[in-house]
Write a protein that binds this ligand. Sequence first.
Ligand code: GAP
Length: 567
Amino acid sequence: MANEQDLMEKIVSLAKRRGFIYPSSEIYGGINGFWDYGPLGVELKRNIKDAWWHDVVRCPAAGPDGQPIQMVGLDCSIIMNPKVWEASGHVGGFADPMSVCRECKKHFRADQLFIVAFVAFDSSAQRQGEEWGTVAEIVQIQSDPEALASGGLPREDLLKKKAEARRLIQAKLTKYATPVYFKSVIASDPVTAVSAAELSPKERKHLRLPSGREPIAGGAYVLKEYPSAWPAPPCPSCGAVGTLTEPRQFNLMFKTYVGAMEDSSSLAYLRPETAQGIFANYKNVLDTTRVKTPFGIAQIGKAFRNEINPRNFTFRSREFEQMEIEFFCHPGQADRWYEYWRDARFKWYVDHGLKSTKLRLRPHEKDELAHYARACADIEYEFPFGVSELEGVANRTDFDLAQHQKFSGRDMTYFDDETKERFIPYVIEPSGGVDRATLAFLCEAYAEDEAPDEKGAMQKRTVLRFHPRFAPIKVAVFPLVKKDGMPEKAQAIYQACAKHLAAFYDEKGAVGRRYRRQDEAGTPFCVTVDGETNENGTVTIRDRDTMQQVRIPGDNVLAYVRERLHI
Ligand code: GAP
Protein backbone atom coordinates (compact mmCIF):
# COMPACT_ATOMS: atom_id res chain seq x y z
CA MET A 1 0.00 0.00 0.00
CA ALA A 2 2.80 2.40 0.94
CA ASN A 3 4.46 1.64 -2.37
CA GLU A 4 1.25 2.24 -4.24
CA GLN A 5 0.71 5.53 -2.43
CA ASP A 6 4.27 6.40 -3.29
CA LEU A 7 3.64 5.51 -6.93
CA MET A 8 0.52 7.66 -7.07
CA GLU A 9 2.44 10.57 -5.57
CA LYS A 10 5.14 10.16 -8.21
CA ILE A 11 2.55 10.14 -11.00
CA VAL A 12 0.79 13.24 -9.63
CA SER A 13 4.13 15.00 -9.27
CA LEU A 14 5.26 14.07 -12.80
CA ALA A 15 1.88 15.15 -14.19
CA LYS A 16 2.36 18.59 -12.63
CA ARG A 17 6.08 18.94 -13.34
CA ARG A 18 5.82 18.01 -17.01
CA GLY A 19 2.62 19.86 -17.79
CA PHE A 20 0.11 17.03 -18.01
CA ILE A 21 -2.31 18.06 -15.26
CA TYR A 22 -2.39 21.12 -12.96
CA PRO A 23 -4.75 21.90 -10.08
CA SER A 24 -7.33 24.37 -11.38
CA SER A 25 -6.83 28.05 -10.46
CA GLU A 26 -3.81 27.07 -8.43
CA ILE A 27 -2.58 30.67 -8.01
CA TYR A 28 -5.61 31.18 -5.75
CA GLY A 29 -5.09 27.97 -3.80
CA GLY A 30 -6.97 25.77 -6.27
CA ILE A 31 -10.53 24.50 -6.01
CA ASN A 32 -11.30 20.98 -4.88
CA GLY A 33 -12.41 18.62 -7.64
CA PHE A 34 -11.34 20.74 -10.63
CA TRP A 35 -8.28 20.17 -12.81
CA ASP A 36 -6.60 21.75 -15.82
CA TYR A 37 -4.78 19.86 -18.55
CA GLY A 38 -1.41 21.35 -19.52
CA PRO A 39 0.34 21.26 -22.91
CA LEU A 40 1.18 17.55 -22.76
CA GLY A 41 -2.05 16.59 -20.98
CA VAL A 42 -4.28 18.24 -23.53
CA GLU A 43 -2.56 16.29 -26.33
CA LEU A 44 -2.84 13.02 -24.41
CA LYS A 45 -6.51 13.56 -23.63
CA ARG A 46 -7.28 14.67 -27.18
CA ASN A 47 -5.54 11.59 -28.57
CA ILE A 48 -7.69 9.36 -26.35
CA LYS A 49 -10.88 11.12 -27.44
CA ASP A 50 -9.83 11.05 -31.10
CA ALA A 51 -9.03 7.33 -30.91
CA TRP A 52 -12.40 6.62 -29.27
CA TRP A 53 -14.26 8.77 -31.83
CA HIS A 54 -12.46 7.09 -34.70
CA ASP A 55 -13.07 3.59 -33.35
CA VAL A 56 -16.71 3.97 -32.37
CA VAL A 57 -18.13 6.65 -34.72
CA ARG A 58 -16.10 6.90 -37.90
CA CYS A 59 -14.79 3.40 -38.25
CA PRO A 60 -16.61 1.04 -35.88
CA ALA A 61 -15.76 -2.64 -35.90
CA ALA A 62 -18.29 -5.05 -37.38
CA GLY A 63 -21.24 -5.99 -35.19
CA PRO A 64 -22.02 -9.46 -33.77
CA ASP A 65 -23.48 -10.53 -37.13
CA GLY A 66 -20.38 -9.38 -39.02
CA GLN A 67 -22.30 -6.45 -40.56
CA PRO A 68 -21.02 -2.85 -40.27
CA ILE A 69 -22.43 -0.98 -37.29
CA GLN A 70 -24.29 2.30 -37.90
CA MET A 71 -22.96 5.04 -35.65
CA VAL A 72 -23.37 8.82 -35.73
CA GLY A 73 -22.08 11.58 -33.47
CA LEU A 74 -23.66 14.45 -31.59
CA ASP A 75 -22.53 17.48 -29.61
CA CYS A 76 -25.29 18.76 -27.31
CA SER A 77 -25.48 21.82 -25.09
CA ILE A 78 -24.45 21.47 -21.47
CA ILE A 79 -27.49 23.35 -20.19
CA MET A 80 -30.78 21.90 -21.34
CA ASN A 81 -34.42 22.44 -20.51
CA PRO A 82 -34.68 21.38 -16.83
CA LYS A 83 -37.58 19.09 -17.74
CA VAL A 84 -34.94 16.78 -19.25
CA TRP A 85 -33.64 16.16 -15.74
CA GLU A 86 -37.10 15.67 -14.29
CA ALA A 87 -37.81 13.04 -16.92
CA SER A 88 -34.48 11.30 -16.46
CA GLY A 89 -35.01 11.07 -12.70
CA HIS A 90 -32.01 13.22 -11.83
CA VAL A 91 -34.03 15.98 -10.14
CA GLY A 92 -35.71 13.47 -7.87
CA GLY A 93 -33.09 10.84 -7.43
CA PHE A 94 -29.55 11.88 -8.30
CA ALA A 95 -28.66 12.38 -4.69
CA ASP A 96 -26.44 10.97 -1.98
CA PRO A 97 -27.49 10.86 1.67
CA MET A 98 -24.98 12.98 3.51
CA SER A 99 -24.05 13.33 7.18
CA VAL A 100 -21.81 16.10 8.46
CA CYS A 101 -19.78 16.01 11.65
CA ARG A 102 -20.59 19.17 13.60
CA GLU A 103 -17.23 18.95 15.30
CA CYS A 104 -14.69 18.41 12.50
CA LYS A 105 -17.03 19.55 9.68
CA LYS A 106 -16.19 16.50 7.58
CA HIS A 107 -18.86 15.24 5.20
CA PHE A 108 -19.66 11.55 4.88
CA ARG A 109 -21.75 9.54 2.52
CA ALA A 110 -24.24 8.38 5.13
CA ASP A 111 -24.92 5.18 3.25
CA GLN A 112 -21.32 4.25 3.72
CA LEU A 113 -20.91 5.02 7.38
CA PHE A 114 -20.42 1.57 8.63
CA ILE A 115 -21.18 0.83 12.21
CA VAL A 116 -21.53 -2.45 13.98
CA ALA A 117 -23.34 -2.39 17.27
CA PHE A 118 -23.20 -5.37 19.60
CA VAL A 119 -26.22 -5.53 21.79
CA ALA A 120 -26.17 -7.67 24.85
CA PHE A 121 -29.61 -9.16 24.84
CA ASP A 122 -31.41 -8.50 28.03
CA SER A 123 -34.77 -10.18 28.21
CA SER A 124 -35.73 -8.36 31.41
CA ALA A 125 -35.16 -5.06 29.61
CA GLN A 126 -37.46 -6.26 26.90
CA ARG A 127 -40.08 -7.28 29.38
CA GLN A 128 -39.92 -3.74 30.67
CA GLY A 129 -40.67 -2.57 27.17
CA GLU A 130 -37.16 -1.57 26.15
CA GLU A 131 -37.19 -2.79 22.67
CA TRP A 132 -33.53 -2.86 21.91
CA GLY A 133 -31.91 -4.36 24.98
CA THR A 134 -28.68 -3.00 26.36
CA VAL A 135 -25.91 -1.94 24.11
CA ALA A 136 -22.79 -3.73 25.19
CA GLU A 137 -20.44 -2.26 22.72
CA ILE A 138 -20.42 -0.20 19.60
CA VAL A 139 -17.69 -0.81 17.15
CA GLN A 140 -17.11 1.29 14.16
CA ILE A 141 -15.44 -0.30 11.21
CA GLN A 142 -13.31 2.15 9.38
CA SER A 143 -10.10 0.97 7.89
CA ASP A 144 -9.52 4.35 6.33
CA PRO A 145 -11.46 7.37 7.56
CA GLU A 146 -10.14 9.53 4.73
CA ALA A 147 -11.49 7.11 2.16
CA LEU A 148 -14.72 6.84 4.09
CA ALA A 149 -15.08 10.61 3.96
CA SER A 150 -14.65 10.56 0.26
CA GLY A 151 -17.97 10.55 -1.44
CA GLY A 152 -18.21 6.92 -2.39
CA LEU A 153 -16.13 3.97 -1.43
CA PRO A 154 -15.22 1.60 -4.21
CA ARG A 155 -17.19 -1.61 -3.94
CA GLU A 156 -13.97 -3.44 -3.25
CA ASP A 157 -13.52 -1.42 -0.04
CA LEU A 158 -17.09 -2.01 0.99
CA LEU A 159 -16.62 -5.72 0.57
CA LYS A 160 -13.49 -5.53 2.70
CA LYS A 161 -15.50 -3.76 5.38
CA LYS A 162 -18.11 -6.45 5.26
CA ALA A 163 -15.45 -9.08 5.76
CA GLU A 164 -14.03 -7.07 8.64
CA ALA A 165 -17.45 -6.79 10.25
CA ARG A 166 -17.93 -10.48 9.90
CA ARG A 167 -14.61 -11.28 11.59
CA LEU A 168 -15.50 -8.90 14.37
CA ILE A 169 -18.87 -10.50 14.90
CA GLN A 170 -17.23 -13.89 15.13
CA ALA A 171 -14.69 -12.62 17.65
CA LYS A 172 -17.40 -11.11 19.81
CA LEU A 173 -19.34 -14.34 19.85
CA THR A 174 -16.68 -15.72 22.11
CA LYS A 175 -16.48 -12.63 24.26
CA TYR A 176 -20.16 -12.43 25.08
CA ALA A 177 -21.11 -15.83 26.46
CA THR A 178 -24.69 -15.60 25.31
CA PRO A 179 -24.25 -12.97 22.76
CA VAL A 180 -26.95 -11.33 20.88
CA TYR A 181 -25.95 -8.61 18.60
CA PHE A 182 -27.22 -6.43 15.92
CA LYS A 183 -25.32 -5.16 13.07
CA SER A 184 -26.20 -1.73 11.96
CA VAL A 185 -25.39 0.61 9.19
CA ILE A 186 -26.69 4.13 9.03
CA ALA A 187 -28.09 3.43 5.68
CA SER A 188 -30.17 1.28 3.51
CA ASP A 189 -27.41 0.43 1.07
CA PRO A 190 -27.50 -3.35 1.02
CA VAL A 191 -23.88 -3.51 -0.08
CA THR A 192 -22.77 -2.42 3.34
CA ALA A 193 -24.86 -4.97 5.13
CA VAL A 194 -23.50 -8.27 6.32
CA SER A 195 -26.29 -10.29 4.88
CA ALA A 196 -27.95 -13.12 6.69
CA ALA A 197 -26.83 -15.55 4.06
CA GLU A 198 -23.25 -14.84 5.00
CA LEU A 199 -23.64 -15.72 8.65
CA SER A 200 -22.37 -19.09 9.75
CA PRO A 201 -24.81 -21.56 11.43
CA LYS A 202 -23.06 -20.79 14.72
CA GLU A 203 -23.64 -17.10 14.28
CA ARG A 204 -27.24 -17.66 13.35
CA LYS A 205 -27.85 -19.82 16.40
CA HIS A 206 -26.73 -17.01 18.62
CA LEU A 207 -28.68 -14.38 16.85
CA ARG A 208 -31.81 -13.25 18.54
CA LEU A 209 -34.01 -10.43 17.52
CA PRO A 210 -36.08 -7.99 19.47
CA SER A 211 -39.70 -8.93 19.64
CA GLY A 212 -41.79 -8.01 16.68
CA ARG A 213 -38.82 -7.52 14.37
CA GLU A 214 -38.40 -9.73 11.38
CA PRO A 215 -34.96 -10.88 10.46
CA ILE A 216 -33.92 -10.36 6.91
CA ALA A 217 -33.87 -13.71 5.15
CA GLY A 218 -33.83 -15.48 8.47
CA GLY A 219 -30.64 -13.99 9.86
CA ALA A 220 -28.93 -10.70 10.45
CA TYR A 221 -30.92 -7.66 11.14
CA VAL A 222 -30.05 -4.60 9.16
CA LEU A 223 -31.19 -1.38 10.71
CA LYS A 224 -32.30 1.19 8.23
CA GLU A 225 -32.03 3.80 10.90
CA TYR A 226 -29.79 3.91 13.86
CA PRO A 227 -32.08 3.64 16.90
CA SER A 228 -32.15 6.87 18.85
CA ALA A 229 -32.17 4.85 22.07
CA TRP A 230 -28.63 3.71 21.35
CA PRO A 231 -25.52 5.68 22.13
CA ALA A 232 -24.70 8.02 19.30
CA PRO A 233 -22.15 6.63 16.87
CA PRO A 234 -18.81 8.40 16.87
CA CYS A 235 -17.61 10.46 13.93
CA PRO A 236 -15.39 8.19 11.85
CA SER A 237 -12.84 10.94 11.41
CA CYS A 238 -12.46 12.85 14.72
CA GLY A 239 -14.18 10.32 16.98
CA ALA A 240 -16.50 12.91 18.56
CA VAL A 241 -19.69 11.31 19.80
CA GLY A 242 -23.13 12.60 18.88
CA THR A 243 -21.85 15.11 16.36
CA LEU A 244 -23.04 13.44 13.15
CA THR A 245 -26.08 15.09 11.65
CA GLU A 246 -29.07 13.15 10.40
CA PRO A 247 -28.52 12.10 6.79
CA ARG A 248 -29.81 14.69 4.34
CA GLN A 249 -30.41 14.05 0.65
CA PHE A 250 -27.88 16.04 -1.30
CA ASN A 251 -28.51 16.44 -5.05
CA LEU A 252 -25.29 16.23 -7.04
CA MET A 253 -26.41 18.46 -9.91
CA PHE A 254 -24.90 21.93 -10.13
CA LYS A 255 -27.60 24.57 -10.38
CA THR A 256 -27.52 27.80 -12.32
CA TYR A 257 -29.99 30.42 -13.59
CA VAL A 258 -30.74 31.24 -17.19
CA GLY A 259 -31.43 34.91 -17.94
CA ALA A 260 -31.67 37.91 -15.67
CA MET A 261 -34.02 36.52 -13.03
CA GLU A 262 -32.73 34.24 -10.31
CA ASP A 263 -35.83 32.36 -9.30
CA SER A 264 -37.36 28.93 -9.73
CA SER A 265 -38.63 29.82 -13.22
CA SER A 266 -35.07 30.34 -14.47
CA LEU A 267 -33.45 27.44 -12.61
CA ALA A 268 -31.34 25.15 -14.81
CA TYR A 269 -28.71 22.48 -14.30
CA LEU A 270 -25.25 21.76 -15.64
CA ARG A 271 -25.65 18.29 -17.16
CA PRO A 272 -24.44 15.48 -14.89
CA GLU A 273 -24.12 13.13 -17.90
CA THR A 274 -24.02 13.55 -21.67
CA ALA A 275 -26.47 10.69 -22.23
CA GLN A 276 -29.68 12.69 -21.81
CA GLY A 277 -28.74 15.06 -24.65
CA ILE A 278 -28.64 12.00 -26.87
CA PHE A 279 -32.07 10.77 -25.75
CA ALA A 280 -33.54 14.25 -26.21
CA ASN A 281 -32.21 14.27 -29.80
CA TYR A 282 -32.96 10.69 -30.71
CA LYS A 283 -35.98 11.66 -32.87
CA ASN A 284 -34.02 14.47 -34.56
CA VAL A 285 -31.33 12.01 -35.56
CA LEU A 286 -33.90 9.51 -36.83
CA ASP A 287 -35.68 12.20 -38.85
CA THR A 288 -32.58 13.80 -40.36
CA THR A 289 -30.34 10.85 -41.16
CA ARG A 290 -30.79 7.45 -42.74
CA VAL A 291 -30.03 5.39 -39.63
CA LYS A 292 -32.26 2.45 -38.78
CA THR A 293 -32.20 0.27 -35.70
CA PRO A 294 -29.82 -1.06 -34.59
CA PHE A 295 -27.79 2.15 -34.52
CA GLY A 296 -25.78 4.18 -32.05
CA ILE A 297 -25.36 7.85 -31.21
CA ALA A 298 -22.09 8.87 -29.59
CA GLN A 299 -21.07 11.99 -27.75
CA ILE A 300 -18.00 13.29 -25.96
CA GLY A 301 -18.48 16.19 -23.63
CA LYS A 302 -18.24 17.78 -20.23
CA ALA A 303 -20.35 16.62 -17.33
CA PHE A 304 -20.62 18.15 -13.86
CA ARG A 305 -21.34 16.57 -10.51
CA ASN A 306 -21.08 18.30 -7.17
CA GLU A 307 -19.39 15.26 -5.64
CA ILE A 308 -19.41 15.36 -1.84
CA ASN A 309 -15.76 14.54 -1.61
CA PRO A 310 -13.70 14.52 -4.80
CA ARG A 311 -10.62 12.36 -4.51
CA ASN A 312 -7.84 10.32 -6.04
CA PHE A 313 -6.45 13.03 -8.29
CA THR A 314 -8.72 13.37 -11.34
CA PHE A 315 -10.53 10.08 -10.68
CA ARG A 316 -13.49 11.67 -8.92
CA SER A 317 -13.77 15.25 -10.10
CA ARG A 318 -16.60 17.75 -10.09
CA GLU A 319 -16.08 18.68 -13.71
CA PHE A 320 -15.10 15.87 -16.06
CA GLU A 321 -15.61 14.57 -19.55
CA GLN A 322 -17.58 11.57 -20.64
CA MET A 323 -17.52 9.55 -23.83
CA GLU A 324 -20.88 7.87 -24.15
CA ILE A 325 -22.68 5.71 -26.68
CA GLU A 326 -26.42 5.16 -26.63
CA PHE A 327 -27.09 2.19 -28.87
CA PHE A 328 -30.74 1.80 -29.94
CA CYS A 329 -31.98 -1.66 -30.82
CA HIS A 330 -35.02 -3.92 -30.88
CA PRO A 331 -35.84 -5.18 -27.33
CA GLY A 332 -35.41 -8.74 -28.56
CA GLN A 333 -31.83 -7.99 -29.67
CA ALA A 334 -30.80 -6.09 -26.54
CA ASP A 335 -29.07 -8.95 -24.72
CA ARG A 336 -26.94 -9.71 -27.73
CA TRP A 337 -25.91 -6.06 -28.20
CA TYR A 338 -25.24 -5.69 -24.50
CA GLU A 339 -22.75 -8.57 -24.63
CA TYR A 340 -21.25 -7.19 -27.81
CA TRP A 341 -20.59 -3.72 -26.41
CA ARG A 342 -19.42 -4.99 -23.03
CA ASP A 343 -16.77 -7.14 -24.66
CA ALA A 344 -15.85 -4.61 -27.36
CA ARG A 345 -15.29 -1.84 -24.85
CA PHE A 346 -13.18 -4.10 -22.59
CA LYS A 347 -11.06 -5.08 -25.58
CA TRP A 348 -10.56 -1.43 -26.54
CA TYR A 349 -8.73 -0.77 -23.28
CA VAL A 350 -6.59 -3.89 -23.65
CA ASP A 351 -5.77 -3.01 -27.26
CA HIS A 352 -4.53 0.38 -26.09
CA GLY A 353 -2.13 -0.96 -23.54
CA LEU A 354 -3.96 -1.54 -20.27
CA LYS A 355 -2.75 -4.90 -19.04
CA SER A 356 -5.54 -7.43 -18.93
CA THR A 357 -4.27 -8.53 -15.50
CA LYS A 358 -5.07 -5.03 -14.23
CA LEU A 359 -8.46 -4.84 -15.91
CA ARG A 360 -11.62 -6.49 -14.70
CA LEU A 361 -15.08 -6.88 -16.08
CA ARG A 362 -17.41 -6.90 -13.12
CA PRO A 363 -21.05 -7.71 -13.78
CA HIS A 364 -23.33 -5.90 -11.35
CA GLU A 365 -25.09 -7.98 -8.79
CA LYS A 366 -28.88 -7.82 -8.71
CA ASP A 367 -28.95 -5.50 -5.70
CA GLU A 368 -26.67 -3.05 -7.50
CA LEU A 369 -28.69 -2.70 -10.69
CA ALA A 370 -30.66 0.50 -11.21
CA HIS A 371 -34.38 -0.29 -11.17
CA TYR A 372 -34.64 0.23 -14.94
CA ALA A 373 -31.46 -1.63 -15.90
CA ARG A 374 -31.60 -5.18 -17.06
CA ALA A 375 -27.86 -5.77 -16.97
CA CYS A 376 -24.77 -3.77 -16.24
CA ALA A 377 -21.05 -4.43 -16.04
CA ASP A 378 -18.25 -2.18 -14.91
CA ILE A 379 -14.89 -2.18 -16.64
CA GLU A 380 -12.55 -1.69 -13.70
CA TYR A 381 -8.85 -0.89 -13.62
CA GLU A 382 -6.33 -1.47 -10.87
CA PHE A 383 -5.22 2.10 -10.18
CA PRO A 384 -2.45 2.56 -7.61
CA PHE A 385 -5.17 3.64 -5.15
CA GLY A 386 -7.31 0.56 -5.76
CA VAL A 387 -9.51 -1.19 -8.31
CA SER A 388 -12.04 1.33 -9.57
CA GLU A 389 -14.51 1.91 -12.39
CA LEU A 390 -13.31 3.14 -15.74
CA GLU A 391 -16.45 2.63 -17.75
CA GLY A 392 -19.90 1.14 -17.27
CA VAL A 393 -21.85 -0.78 -19.90
CA ALA A 394 -25.58 -1.06 -19.22
CA ASN A 395 -28.75 -2.34 -20.79
CA ARG A 396 -31.02 0.60 -19.88
CA THR A 397 -34.10 -0.98 -21.50
CA ASP A 398 -36.60 1.55 -22.91
CA PHE A 399 -36.61 3.50 -19.66
CA ASP A 400 -35.11 6.78 -20.87
CA LEU A 401 -37.05 7.06 -24.13
CA ALA A 402 -40.30 6.08 -22.39
CA GLN A 403 -39.70 8.71 -19.71
CA HIS A 404 -39.04 11.41 -22.32
CA GLN A 405 -42.14 10.34 -24.21
CA LYS A 406 -44.13 10.71 -21.01
CA PHE A 407 -42.69 14.06 -19.96
CA SER A 408 -42.44 15.71 -23.39
CA GLY A 409 -45.56 14.27 -24.95
CA ARG A 410 -43.50 13.47 -28.08
CA ASP A 411 -43.71 10.08 -29.72
CA MET A 412 -40.47 8.18 -29.11
CA THR A 413 -41.48 4.99 -30.88
CA TYR A 414 -39.61 3.58 -33.83
CA PHE A 415 -41.38 2.12 -36.83
CA ASP A 416 -39.64 -0.73 -38.59
CA ASP A 417 -40.50 -0.51 -42.32
CA GLU A 418 -39.64 -4.12 -42.94
CA THR A 419 -41.43 -5.86 -40.09
CA LYS A 420 -44.14 -3.15 -39.76
CA GLU A 421 -43.52 -3.27 -36.04
CA ARG A 422 -43.64 -0.16 -33.82
CA PHE A 423 -41.67 -0.17 -30.59
CA ILE A 424 -39.63 1.96 -28.21
CA PRO A 425 -36.05 0.79 -28.72
CA TYR A 426 -33.99 -0.63 -25.91
CA VAL A 427 -30.75 1.18 -25.22
CA ILE A 428 -27.31 -0.28 -24.56
CA GLU A 429 -25.06 2.34 -23.02
CA PRO A 430 -21.27 2.10 -22.87
CA SER A 431 -20.41 5.14 -20.73
CA GLY A 432 -16.77 5.98 -20.08
CA GLY A 433 -14.92 8.83 -18.44
CA VAL A 434 -12.26 10.59 -20.50
CA ASP A 435 -10.41 11.76 -17.40
CA ARG A 436 -10.47 8.29 -15.86
CA ALA A 437 -9.20 6.77 -19.09
CA THR A 438 -6.47 9.41 -19.25
CA LEU A 439 -5.49 8.67 -15.67
CA ALA A 440 -5.48 4.92 -16.27
CA PHE A 441 -3.29 5.25 -19.38
CA LEU A 442 -0.97 7.58 -17.46
CA CYS A 443 -0.66 5.13 -14.55
CA GLU A 444 -0.12 2.18 -16.89
CA ALA A 445 2.52 4.08 -18.90
CA TYR A 446 4.54 5.13 -15.87
CA ALA A 447 7.78 3.17 -15.50
CA GLU A 448 11.19 3.57 -13.95
CA ASP A 449 14.35 1.97 -15.28
CA GLU A 450 17.96 2.91 -15.86
CA ALA A 451 19.70 4.75 -18.66
CA PRO A 452 23.33 5.83 -19.11
CA ASP A 453 24.09 9.52 -18.58
CA GLU A 454 26.56 11.58 -20.67
CA LYS A 455 29.49 9.89 -18.93
CA GLY A 456 28.07 6.42 -19.39
CA ALA A 457 27.09 5.99 -15.71
CA MET A 458 23.69 4.34 -15.20
CA GLN A 459 21.06 6.69 -13.79
CA LYS A 460 17.44 6.19 -12.81
CA ARG A 461 15.11 7.04 -15.68
CA THR A 462 11.41 7.83 -15.58
CA VAL A 463 9.62 6.95 -18.76
CA LEU A 464 6.00 7.02 -19.90
CA ARG A 465 5.46 4.06 -22.20
CA PHE A 466 2.30 5.33 -23.89
CA HIS A 467 0.56 3.46 -26.66
CA PRO A 468 1.71 5.12 -29.92
CA ARG A 469 -1.78 6.50 -30.60
CA PHE A 470 -1.83 8.30 -27.28
CA ALA A 471 1.75 9.63 -27.01
CA PRO A 472 1.37 13.44 -26.82
CA ILE A 473 4.48 13.93 -28.99
CA LYS A 474 5.34 11.30 -31.59
CA VAL A 475 8.82 12.51 -32.51
CA ALA A 476 11.28 15.04 -31.09
CA VAL A 477 14.03 16.48 -33.26
CA PHE A 478 17.33 17.85 -31.90
CA PRO A 479 20.49 19.34 -33.34
CA LEU A 480 23.43 17.85 -31.43
CA VAL A 481 24.93 21.33 -31.06
CA LYS A 482 23.72 24.80 -31.97
CA LYS A 483 26.23 25.34 -34.79
CA ASP A 484 27.62 23.91 -38.03
CA GLY A 485 24.23 24.15 -39.75
CA MET A 486 22.75 21.48 -37.47
CA PRO A 487 19.84 23.60 -36.14
CA GLU A 488 18.76 24.43 -39.70
CA LYS A 489 18.78 20.76 -40.75
CA ALA A 490 16.96 19.70 -37.59
CA GLN A 491 14.37 22.45 -38.12
CA ALA A 492 13.72 21.22 -41.66
CA ILE A 493 13.12 17.64 -40.43
CA TYR A 494 10.93 18.94 -37.61
CA GLN A 495 8.85 21.06 -40.00
CA ALA A 496 8.39 18.13 -42.38
CA CYS A 497 7.14 15.94 -39.50
CA ALA A 498 4.97 18.61 -37.80
CA LYS A 499 2.72 18.86 -40.87
CA HIS A 500 1.57 15.28 -40.27
CA LEU A 501 2.02 14.41 -36.61
CA ALA A 502 2.76 15.93 -33.20
CA ALA A 503 6.47 16.82 -33.32
CA PHE A 504 8.74 18.78 -31.03
CA TYR A 505 11.95 20.71 -31.59
CA ASP A 506 14.53 21.20 -28.84
CA GLU A 507 18.05 22.55 -29.03
CA LYS A 508 18.66 23.47 -25.38
CA GLY A 509 21.02 21.62 -23.02
CA ALA A 510 22.94 18.36 -23.21
CA VAL A 511 21.44 15.87 -25.63
CA GLY A 512 21.21 13.19 -22.91
CA ARG A 513 18.98 15.49 -20.85
CA ARG A 514 16.85 16.20 -23.87
CA TYR A 515 16.34 12.45 -24.31
CA ARG A 516 15.42 12.17 -20.63
CA ARG A 517 12.83 14.97 -20.93
CA GLN A 518 11.24 13.24 -23.91
CA ASP A 519 11.19 9.91 -22.06
CA GLU A 520 9.21 11.60 -19.30
CA ALA A 521 6.82 13.01 -21.89
CA GLY A 522 6.39 9.54 -23.43
CA THR A 523 7.80 10.49 -26.87
CA PRO A 524 8.40 7.27 -28.83
CA PHE A 525 11.24 8.60 -31.04
CA CYS A 526 14.01 11.21 -30.76
CA VAL A 527 15.97 12.25 -33.84
CA THR A 528 19.39 13.87 -33.58
CA VAL A 529 21.15 15.76 -36.33
CA ASP A 530 24.92 15.47 -35.79
CA GLY A 531 28.25 15.86 -37.56
CA GLU A 532 27.61 12.84 -39.77
CA THR A 533 24.42 14.44 -41.07
CA ASN A 534 26.56 17.07 -42.80
CA GLU A 535 28.59 14.30 -44.43
CA ASN A 536 25.95 11.82 -45.59
CA GLY A 537 22.52 13.21 -44.68
CA THR A 538 21.81 10.54 -42.04
CA VAL A 539 20.50 11.16 -38.52
CA THR A 540 20.21 9.01 -35.41
CA ILE A 541 16.77 7.92 -34.29
CA ARG A 542 16.36 6.65 -30.74
CA ASP A 543 13.61 4.35 -29.53
CA ARG A 544 12.04 5.40 -26.20
CA ASP A 545 11.56 1.86 -24.92
CA THR A 546 14.73 0.07 -26.02
CA MET A 547 16.90 3.22 -26.02
CA GLN A 548 18.58 1.77 -29.14
CA GLN A 549 19.75 4.23 -31.76
CA VAL A 550 19.96 3.55 -35.49
CA ARG A 551 21.05 5.78 -38.37
CA ILE A 552 18.56 6.53 -41.11
CA PRO A 553 18.48 9.12 -43.90
CA GLY A 554 17.13 12.45 -42.59
CA ASP A 555 14.59 12.44 -45.43
CA ASN A 556 13.12 9.16 -44.16
CA VAL A 557 12.27 10.28 -40.61
CA LEU A 558 8.58 10.90 -41.19
CA ALA A 559 8.04 7.61 -43.06
CA TYR A 560 10.07 5.69 -40.44
CA VAL A 561 8.04 7.09 -37.51
CA ARG A 562 4.72 6.52 -39.28
CA GLU A 563 5.56 2.98 -40.17
CA ARG A 564 6.76 2.05 -36.69
CA LEU A 565 3.82 3.71 -34.94
CA HIS A 566 1.21 2.56 -37.48
CA ILE A 567 -0.17 6.09 -37.78
N1 GAP B 1 -24.89 7.87 -18.44
C1 GAP B 1 -24.46 6.96 -17.45
C2 GAP B 1 -23.51 7.51 -16.51
O1 GAP B 1 -23.27 8.72 -16.47
P1 GAP B 1 -21.91 6.87 -14.56
O2 GAP B 1 -21.42 5.53 -14.13
O3 GAP B 1 -22.47 7.76 -13.53
O4 GAP B 1 -22.94 6.59 -15.72
C3 GAP B 1 -20.11 7.06 -16.42
O5 GAP B 1 -20.71 7.61 -15.30
C4 GAP B 1 -18.62 7.24 -16.37
O6 GAP B 1 -18.31 8.63 -16.17
C5 GAP B 1 -17.93 6.52 -15.22
O7 GAP B 1 -17.64 5.18 -15.57
C6 GAP B 1 -16.67 7.33 -15.06
O8 GAP B 1 -15.69 6.92 -15.99
C7 GAP B 1 -17.12 8.73 -15.41
N2 GAP B 1 -17.39 9.51 -14.17
C8 GAP B 1 -18.51 9.49 -13.43
N3 GAP B 1 -18.39 10.32 -12.38
C9 GAP B 1 -17.17 10.87 -12.46
C10 GAP B 1 -16.44 11.82 -11.66
N4 GAP B 1 -16.97 12.38 -10.59
N5 GAP B 1 -15.18 12.15 -12.04
C11 GAP B 1 -14.62 11.60 -13.16
N6 GAP B 1 -15.26 10.71 -13.94
C12 GAP B 1 -16.51 10.35 -13.60
